[in-house]
Design a protein around this ligand. Structure first.
Ligand code: MN
Length: 322
């Protein structure tokens, strides 16, 4: 048995009563038994969650509302109000266990200026460490020009934006008759990886070179593809002139990934080799991945002591200024 390395985990979810209605939208994506259990477990900030953390050496967990939250809300005023409520609620929970929890803000992207202001309030006044965005908001992705205000504010505040999976605005034909592909097994990877590539190829990181983007699930399979992005980009129908750097160079400068929900040596090695040992951070994806599985895996994964310390806590500490 390997020694337990001290850890920080940063894709760890919670739920609060006002948001269960939105969370029900992911019920179709997962096993009904798991969904029912999750609603209960997600609302615990005490003994049960802390015991699960203690068992695998998680000293701090960065909490985020389980999606999609207000990103699935069509009433803009309601979305803005509820996002604020979620951040206040989270800040109260953090204040109860300041040595164990940090948090990511929930934002109503229906109103980009208000989302930027709320990010600033969440970071400056509530002490949150960045924002988690659950995919598209009513069909809008973060490469859209109207979100420049958010990228600019996040860059000025020097906090990361974590893009977490949710469903696309429609159900593409390619999933027809295959409900198992709809959700975490596959479609969320495609959707979230595509979202990140939209941002990269739109030149967001040329306009905001200090922008920091986190992807869960070992980078949503993108680290595996870097060579191909670089090789196909110059002969694509847009051409290399549209970006200042090669695609892979943005991954090494603007991207971080977490191990949330992917406990595989091969995937971990690929992410570290492709992005660098400073870019990969341990996470569980609580309660959708079992902490014991994630913790025992990373403690025994084929890493040097230095790599393991970086992945388990040092990278998160420096990125989130913990
Ligand atoms: Mn998650």
């Amino acid at each position: 048995m390997s020694a337990i390395t001290r850890k920080i985990a940063l894709e760890e979810h919670f739920m609060m009563p006002e948001f269960i209605e939105y969370f029900q939208k992911v019920a179709a994506n997962i096993d009904p038994g798991l969904y029912d259990k999750a609603v209960d477990v997600l609302q615990d900030f005490g003994e049960r969650r802390l015991a699960a953390m203690d068992a695998i050496g998680i000293e701090r967990a960065v909490l985020s509302l389980s999606g999609p939250g207000v990103q699935a809300e069509f009433d803009t005023a309601k979305a803005v109000r509820l996002a604020r409520r979620a951040n206040d609620f989270l800040a109260e929970r953090l204040a109860e266990s300041p040595s164990r929890y940090d948090g990511f803000a929930h934002l109503a992207l229906q109103e980009p200026g208000a989302a930027a202001d709320e990010l600033e309030r969440a970071v400056r006044e509530l002490g949150l460490r960045g924002a988690m965005i659950n995919g598209q908001t009513n069909g809008a992705y973060l490469d859209d020009d109207r979100f420049s205000v958010l990228w600019e504010r996040a860059s000025d505040l020097d906090v990361p934006i974590y893009i977490h999976p949710y469903n696309p605005p429609d159900v593409p034909y390619m999933y027809r008759n295959h409900p198992e592909l709809w959700g975490p097994l596959w479609s969320w990877t495609v959707e979230t990886g595509n979202h990140a590539l939209r941002i990269l190829f739109a030149g967001v990181f040329d306009r905001y070179p200090n922008a920091k983007l986190i992807l869960g699930h070992m980078g949503e399979a993108l680290p595996f593809q870097l060579w191909r992005f670089d090789s196909r980009w110059p002969i694509s129908n847009s051409g290399p002139a549209a970006l200042k750097l090669k695609p892979s160079e943005y991954f090494k400068r603007n991207f971080w990934c977490t191990t949330a929900g992917v406990c595989s040596d091969a995937s971990l090695r690929c992410a570290i080799d492709a992005l660098g040992a400073d870019r990969v951070m341990f996470s569980v994806d609580y309660p959708f991945e079992r902490p014991a599985v994630a913790g025992e895996w990373i403690d025994a994964a084929p890493l040097t002591d230095e790599e393991r310390a970086k992945v388990c806590s040092e990278n998160a500490k420096s990125l989130l200024k913990l």
